[in-house]
Every structure is written in structure tokens, then in C-alpha cells.
Design a binder for this molecule. Structure first.
Ligand code: SAH
Length: 487
């Protein structure tokens, strides 16, 4: 009993799915946790914050019984000091927090609740729909589309309509038709706008716009899958309408994580990002070559990172080796590309050199001119697919931290009405066209990230509609937006 009292259970809101939408306090506790019990809908990247020694338990199985989760909580409290119960969205909204908190209280276990961004505020932000409005919606009703028994009957729909504010439904996909019918029966005008947002904040976010009389059909037609929320209100409109990428279906062909990052830039513009990852990144940080490189980084004058992926893989790799940022000693750090520099900044490091140009040749010239590295020892931490680089006069060592391999992931056909297909590397071009017939893309616009990728497309007889000026994902987005503005 004494042992139990020394522990504390934190019910932490993980946010709607995008792992960046957790609170700083939530991350702090996750870092300290020695046991984490997590739900199905949380951003899996959040588990990267958890210490390698911690016990991590998945409790999100579809048929998981609340009682067994409660038992696991008590067991965790018996064995650990800082326990995180990581819950999707906000723990206090349709999160079965009552049952868990009661269990903790009954067992004399201390607890604290850290709020999270709930699905509906995320969905409102992602679709740019305001939930309240000074003139038209002075209240917000939060309703479940499914009560504990999986029914919609206990809700007073006429009462909801009488309030005259915005009404939002969680757990809505299965019962959408009945919900809308009951609202109409309760007196709500059939033309009242309704917006459904599925997977808000995630790469596969989708927004369906309609009215309560047709939204269920539209969602069915679009084969919309949960999790989704529905927002209903007199003036419920997306303020993104009219933006150049609004409603555009954009295929992304990077690896799944790269696509996720890309989608985070497309979704706020109202675009529908379609995950078509044809390859995946394979980390090589378990290899001897990486371990040896980490051991001797301090002996180099410069170390270069060539991509944001490389930066993240490196830090994940050294964490596994139980090392930290001190591995660099006084070694100077170069980053190819502003995105790589931004990635390393997240680890508290300001790159000493970021070239203005991105192609290897330009980079080397710029570096040699500025630092005259004759006789200096330089380490390049890179992808196995990238060409090896040599810096004139310097002793250059190339170490591959990762590679990319073709996969059959993402969507498997392209018969939807696609507006854009985007390519962020030659490897993506190769993998994509090994899978898809060129004729399929006849009426689709193509966006290329830069000259090297464009060259690979041209070799296949494809002329990109736009090429990014800045050879980054932001540049790619900008190129499509510019085109859209003049369409
Ligand atoms: N505690 C959570 C809700 C859990 S109930 C929160 O605060 O968000 C699960 C329901 O939440 C789903 O059925 C769906 O209606 C909604 N939901 C969760 N994540 C969502 C997301 N990313 N996009 C849209 N709806 C989501």
C-alpha cells in the first residue's frame, strides 16, 4: 500500500492524432514516465518521447474492456512511480475518464489530468469552421453519436435544435443518417449546413461539406471512414473555401512519414492529401558503421547532415546507444538545405554552415570557398541512395544511416479524381511509375520539387506542370498554389 501512494497517474490528452498537437506539459510527463498505457487514436510518434526503460502498454484493442484497462492501471501503479495514461484528444471528453479516475481514487492512487486538444476543436481548426459566432451561434452542444449501448436514442434532438447554436457529434459515422433525420424531425431546417471532418490533423484528413439532408449520402459516396466528427450550424462554412488548393486531391509519393509531414502542410489549405507511399525508409543505425561513426564524430572537423530524415534518424539512433548531443564535442555541423537546418534546430543545435544552393556540386564549391577545408576531416551522414560526396583536399568519409526501399503501401489505385501528383525525389518517380501506368495520369497535373526530379520525369516522357523554385516541400506547395491562383 505504501508503495502505491508514492506513484502518480497522469491522464494525458494526446490530441487528435497529429503528434505535434500535444501540450508541452504532456511531453514533459511522457519523458519522465516509467510506464505508459496508450490508446488507439494517439499519434504513435509520441512514444518516441518515452524513455527506453519505460514499460509501454497498448490498451486500444477494439474489444478492450474498460475493466481490464482499469486493472492494468492498478498494476502499473503498483510497479511504477510515474504512470502516463495517454488518451486520444482530451481525456475528459468521451474518454471514459470517469471510470479510470474512480478506479484510481478507490485504490488510493494519486492522479493528475493534463488536457489535450479534442477532436472537435482540431476538426474546426483544420476545416476553418468557427464553432461559435457572435451573431449566429452563441452556444456549442457536444453530443455523442453513440452512447454506451451503441444507440442514439437517449438524446433529446428537439432540445438540441431549440438551443439554436452549433451542434457537434463525435462517433458519428455509423449513425449519421439517423442523427440527421432526428434533427430534422426535431425541427432543424434540412438545408442547415453540415461539415464532416475525418482524421482531423492527420495526413489522411478528409473534409466533406453538405447540409443535414445530404451529408450522410455524401459521406457514404466518399466511403468516409471513422474517426470523424460532424459540425452542424446555421452559418457553418469553411473559411478555406476559395483558396487555390481547397478541395484539391493531391497525391503524395514520399515515404509514409514524409507524406505525413507533407500532408500537414496541405491539410490547412483545405486540400485532400492522398498517401501514396511507394517506398519506405530503412534505418541503418543498428549497423556497426553507424556505431563506429558516432564514437568518432568528435575526431572530425565537420559533420554534414543531408536531409531532415537523416537528422531525426541520427538522434533516434544515438538515443538507442544511450548517447546524446555531446557526441559532437567541438565538431562543426553543416546542414544541406534549410529544412535540414530546421530539423537539427529542434535538438538545440544551430548549424554552422547551411549552403545557399542545394545541389552537391554547388554546395561543395560554396563550402570550399568559405572554409578552405584542405586537410580537414569531414564526415557525411547520408542516405545510401545519395551519391557519395568528396570535398576537394579534405579527408571525406561517407556513412549511410538509412536507405529507401520500394514498398506496396498507400492507396492501390488512382481512379479517384486526382488533381495533382507530386514528386519530391527521383526515387519517388522511379517507385511510382513502376507501380502505375503512365496513361493513368493523363489529365492530372504534375508537380516536381526541382531540376533533378524533373529530369527523371522527362526521361519517362512526362513534363511537370510546375517545378518548385525552392527545392523543399514548402516550395512544392507554393508552386501548386501559384498555379492554382492563375487557373
Ligand atoms: N477523447 C477524444 C474522443 C474519444 S471518442 C477527444 O477528445 O477527441 C472517439 C471519437 O472522437 C471518434 O469516434 C471521433 O468521433 C472523434 N475523433 C477522434 N480523433 C479524431 C480525428 N482525428 N478526427 C475526427 N474525429 C476524431
Amino acid at each position: 500500500m505504501d508503495k502505491i501512494k508514492k506513484c502518480r497517474v497522469y491522464l494525458v490528452g494526446a490530441g487528435p492524432g497529429c503528434s505535434k498537437l500535444i501540450s508541452i506539459k504532456g511531453v514533459e510527463i511522457l519523458r519522465q514516465a516509467d510506464c505508459v498505457l496508450y490508446d488507439k487514436l494517439i499519434g504513435k510518434d509520441l512514444l518516441d518521447y518515452v524513455s527506453a526503460d519505460a514499460e509501454v502498454i497498448y490498451v486500444g484493442k477494439d474489444k478492450a474492456k474498460q475493466e481490464s484497462i482499469n486493472e492494468l492501471l492498478i498494476r502499473a501503479a503498483n510497479n511504477h512511480k510515474i504512470i502516463v495514461r495517454l488518451k486520444g484528444g482530451d481525456p475528459m471528453i468521451f474518454g471514459r475518464a470517469t471510470e479510470e479516475i474512480r478506479t484510481l481514487i478507490e485504490n488510493g492512487i494519486d492522479f493528475e489530468i493534463i488536457p489535450g486538444i479534442t477532436a472537435i476543436t482540431a476538426a474546426a481548426a483544420c476545416s476553418a469552421v468557427t464553432l461559435t459566432d457572435r451573431n449566429t451561434a452563441s452556444s456549442l452542444s457536444i453530443v455523442t453519436g453513440q452512447n454506451a449501448q451503441g444507440q442514439t436514442t437517449r438524446i433529446d434532438y428537439a432540445g438540441l435544435v431549440r438551443v439554436k447554436g452549433t451542434i457537434v457529434f463525435y462517433m458519428t459515422v455509423g449513425n449519421m443518417r439517423q442523427i440527421c433525420q432526428k434533427l430534422m424531425k426535431g425541427g432543424l431546417d434540412a438545408e442547415t449546413p453540415a461539415i464532416v471532418v475525418a482524421n482531423a490533423s492527420l495526413p489522411n484528413q478528409r473534409i466533406i461539406i453538405g447540409s443535414i439532408s445530404n451529408i450522410a449520402d455524401k459521406c457514404k459516396q466518399a466511403n468516409l471512414q471513422p474517426p470523424a466528427v460532424m459540425i452542424i450550424g446555421k452559418k457553418c462554412v469553411s473559411l478555406l473555401q476559395g483558396k487555390p488548393l481547397f478541395g484539391k486531391k493531391i497525391v503524395m509519393t514520399r515515404d509514409a512519414e514524409g507524406n505525413a509531414e507533407f500532408a500537414c502542410k496541405l491539410a490547412p489549405r483545405g486540400a485532400e492529401a492522398i498517401d501514396m507511399h511507394c517506398f519506405e525508409i530503412q534505418e541503418w543505425t543498428d549497423k556497426k558503421e553507424f556505431r563506429q561513426a558516432v564514437e568518432k564524430i568528435k575526431n572530425f572537423d565537420w559533420v554534414f547532415f543531408t536531409s531532415p530524415n537523416g537528422v531525426r534518424i541520427f538522434f533516434k539512433g544515438i538515443k538507442k546507444l544511450r548517447k546524446d548531443v555531446r557526441v559532437f564535442g567541438d565538431t562543426k555541423i553543416g546542414c544541406i538545405g534549410s529544412e535540414t537546418a530546421r530539423a537539427i534546430e529542434e535538438y538545440g543545435i544551430n548549424a554552422d554552415f547551411v549552403p545557399v544552393h542545394y545541389t552537391s556540386a554547388d554546395l561543395m564549391n560554396e563550402f570550399v570557398k568559405k572554409y578552405r577545408p584542405r586537410g580537414k576531416k569531414i564526415l557525411l551522414l547520408r542516405s545510401a541512395l545519395a551519391e557519395k560526396m568528396e570535398i576537394k583536399g579534405a579527408k571525406t568519409e561517407n556513412v549511410s544511416m538509412y536507405t529507401a526501399v520500394k514498398t506496396s503501401g498507400g492507396i492501390s489505385n488512382l481512379d479517384e479524381e486526382i488533381d495533382w501528383i507530386t514528386f519530391a525525389s527521383s526515387f519517388a518517380v522511379k517507385c511510382f511509375f513502376e507501380k502505375f501506368d503512365l496513361r493513368l495520369i493523363e489529365n492530372v497535373k504534375i508537380a516536381s520539387i526541382g531540376p533533378v526530379t524533373t529530369e527523371s520525369l522527362r526521361k519517362l516522357g512526362i513534363e511537370p506542370t510546375v517545378e518548385a523554385k525552392e527545392h523543399t516541400i514548402d516550395g512544392l506547395v507554393e508552386a501548386m498554389e501559384k498555379y492554382g491562383n492563375h487557373e
